[in-house]
Design a protein around this ligand. Structure first.
Ligand code: S3P
Length: 176
């Protein structure tokens, strides 16, 4: 299948965006952009350090600029940072250059997936299911408003999730 637009994977931290992006990349043979990795490379510092030294607003500015730039590049699979939807303009930029796939997972699943990492400043001092549930709820409407398609990832295999995304993309082709 040839896809000539960006595929943005959005969703809460630990929803599986990076993992699914890598599998999709193999299946679709498109370039892959891991937004956080790109930001770390470009800024020459870790996400934790960007938050600590310059604050979340600055990180969000950098993130917005990257989304805008990616819209002008070659069609890619883009694994977004979990907070990309907190700026309305990011959602608008994504819609202009591609389709948005929203991956969901329950707070418990997210917690199990992220509990051993300490590279997410938003969760660093709040690593518990209750906080995750609260923040997820606050962001839910933003993710839903952005999503072209929503796919639950709990208890599914990587291939199963990718097949659902591919079926959605195929449908888009048929509909023109
Ligand atoms: C964030 C999610 C992170 C990263 C940053 C902020 C968020 O990305 O962009 O720590 O606000 O949800 P992942 O979703 O890839 O962990």
């Amino acid at each position: 299948m040839k896809v000539d637009y960006n595929i943005f994977l959005i969703g809460f931290m630990g929803a599986g965006k990076s993992t699914i992006a890598r599998v999709l990349q193999r299946k679709l043979e498109m370039p892959l952009v891991e937004m956080d990795e790109r930001i770390v490379e470009e800024q020459g510092m870790s996400i934790n350090d960007i938050f600590a030294q310059y604050g979340e607003d600055h990180f969000r500015d950098v993130e917005s600029q990257l989304i805008l730039d990616l819209g002008k590049g070659e069609p890619s699979i883009i694994s977004c940072g979990g907070g990309v939807v907190v700026r309305d303009r990011n959602t608008a930029y994504m819609k202009q250059s591609g389709r948005i796939v929203f991956l969901t997972a329950t707070p418990k699943t997210v917690y199990e997936r992220v509990k051993n990492s300490n590279d997410r400043p938003i969760l660093n001092n709040h690593m518990n299911v209750e906080y995750i549930a609260e923040l997820m709820e606050k962001r839910r409407a933003l993710y839903e408003a952005a999503a072209d398609v929503t796919i639950a990832t709990d208890d599914k295999t990587r291939d199963g999730i990718c097949d659902e995304i591919l079926a959605y993309l195929q449908e888009q082709k048929v509909e023109g």
